[in-house]
Ligand binder design. Structure first.
Ligand code: FAD
Length: 478
């Protein structure tokens, strides 16, 4: 009987658990170790953060789903991985304070990001300065902060709101973009938009870069760029923007940044939501003699090393699709896989920049929910292959994956709207698409309208259905 262990029940790990439970659960032992006993539909935290969705609508209990799918559930935080002896140690979080040892033949690390607020002095809700929408607690705190601003604006005060990224190497610009457009809509709804100065502040090379080197698509017969597309939205919504700026420090009144030219400056704010740098979730990796084997499993940023070509310059990784991993398998321990944000990409997708002061400024590659789910499925199917016939048959690089990003602008299905951006492939592949963008300009698409608002709501509902393993879950794509 094979033992498969997954750490982390997010988009990647939970998707893997569903496929593994379905494929192996009855005859083998599939175990999920997760810090939270509920699945969290992270994208809808944007709506929680503006007060338009109750946080409970973004979660469901995992245990019932796993019982149905033949997956054993350990509610706990994995703290140690022993790759030579093939077991994981977890601190239980079910109120018992126990430690458990869980043995494995195959391990999937799908722990998502560690939100590195400490990477930027003064950043983060725990210090009372800036907000975040990356966890339920952060999103509700952000909502409360925003509503305080609304109350002040209703009394006639003018307020400065800054939204974007809080580190020169931050990712997840899409989530921040969705938050600024939703904030705009919410302020309009509350009748105070004229009292707010809204500013987009980010480390992107240009607006609409989103950490994927921007998007170019055919629109009404001509090529338009995401910079033009997002620029038009910002102009229409009266949102100012400053890009090419990495946040270095924050205090209770100001955000201190450095730009591409190496100049330093500051921006005043009353309310700010800035996404922190993402690192790998810290865990100990311990060898058979008790030695630290972390360097064999994880990169210095804590993300798990997989079958990517690391250490190559951007000129190589951006031109060679084979730089990107296809099976997400650790090169030292071939029974360890990583999925979702937890895997270490070979480098940025967007063009990186070094300021004259030596600050590395590069939007890190987003591994969105869709990408994370696809990787979770591939890894799970390969493990099923290995257990059942000893040979992996599934692979997909990010140079072969499509991604859809729907950034809602208000939650209303009547007067809401959304910017829908479809990109293929996520990482440009200049060999298959020898145009200047490395992408299929027919499939890659940008559209703005009410249809996207309906789609965004439908995606929330169909994913909550799929991820609960309900009837037909397998035919709903990641
Ligand atoms: C506000 C916001 C909006 C977004 N909107 C979109 C969107 O519209 N579309 C889209 O495609 N993507 C969106 N994203 C990105 C998407 O949410 C992420 O890509 C996705 O959540 C990554 O999935 P993951 O499984 O890798 O990590 P996560 O979803 O973060 O899951 C990791 C899981 O591992 C658990 N874990 C961590 N460490 C341990 C440990 N030591 N032991 C046990 N468990 C552990 C965590 O508790 C968590 O449950 C958004 C992100 C944010 C923050």
């Amino acid at each position: 009987m094979a033992k498969v262990v997954i750490i982390g029940a997010g988009f990647a790990g939970h998707t893997a658990a569903l496929y593994l439970g379905d494929g192996l659960g009855k005859d083998h032992e599939v175990t999920m170790i997760s810090m939270s006993d509920r699945f969290l539909y992270v994208p809808s935290l944007v709506w929680v953060g503006i007060g338009r969705m109750d946080v409970e609508k973004t979660r469901f209990p995992l245990k019932d789903v796993y019982d149905k799918m033949h997956v054993r559930f350990v509610h706990g935080k994995a703290t140690e991985v022993h790759p030579d002896d093939r077991y994981v140690i977890a601190d239980k979080r079910d109120g018992s304070d126990e430690q458990v040892r869980v043995d494995y033949d195959y391990l999937i690390i799908a722990t998502g990001p560690m939100l590195n607020f400490d990477g930027t002095e003064g950043l983060g809700p725990h210090l009372g300065n800036t907000h975040s929408i990356c966890t339920p607690q952060h999103a509700t705190h952000s909502r409360d902060g925003l509503m305080e601003e609304v109350a002040r604006m209703k009394k006639g005060e003018k307020r400065k709101i800054v939204i974007g990224t809080g580190h020169p190497g931050a990712t997840c610009q899409g989530a921040a973009f969705e938050y600024i457009t939703n904030t705009h809509k919410e302020l309009l709804r509350q009748g105070v938009r004229d009292k707010a100065e809204l500013t987009w502040l980010s480390n992107e090379q240009d607006i609409g870069d989103f950490g994927v080197r921007g998007v170019q698509a055919k629109y009404k017969g001509k090529i338009i760029s995401s910079a033009e597309f997002i620029g038009a939205i910002f102009k229409e919504y009266d949102i100012k923007w400053q890009v090419r700026s990495g946040v270095k420090k924050v205090d209770e009144k100001r955000i201190y940044w450095e730009n591409y030219e190496g100049e330093f400056g500051e921006m005043e704010y009353d309310f700010a939501m800035l996404i922190p740098q993402f690192l790998g979730m810290p865990m100990k990796y311990i060898g058979k003699d008790g030695e630290d084997v972390s360097s064999k499993v994880v990169a210095p940023n804590g993300l798990v090393k997989v079958d990517a070509m690391y250490g190559q310059p951007y000129e190589v990784t951006s031109r060679n699709p084979n730089s990107w991993p296809e099976i997400y398998q650790n090169p030292t321990y071939d029974n360890i896989f990583a999925a979702g944000i937890a895997f270490a990409p070979p480098g940025p997708i967007s063009v990186p920049h070094m300021t004259p002061n030596g600050t590395k400024m590069a939007a890190a590659p987003p591994r969105t929910g869709m990408v994370s789910g696809i990787i979770g499925r591939i890894v799970a199917k390969n493990i099923i292959d290995l257990v059942t016939h000893g040979r992996m048959t599934h692979s997909e690089r990010m140079t072969e994956m499509a991604a859809a990003c729907i950034a809602s602008m208000g939650d209303s299905l009547w007067d809401g709207s959304a910017a829908t951006i479809m990109i293929y492939p996520v990482v440009p592949d200049f060999r298959r698409y020898p145009n200047e963008f490395g992408r299929d300009t027919f499939v890659t698409h940008m559209e703005m309208g009410l249809g996207g608002a309906w789609m965004k709501r439908m995606i929330h509902m169909t994913f909550m259905h799929k991820l609960q393993g309900r009837v037909g879950w397998k035919v709903i794509p990641e």
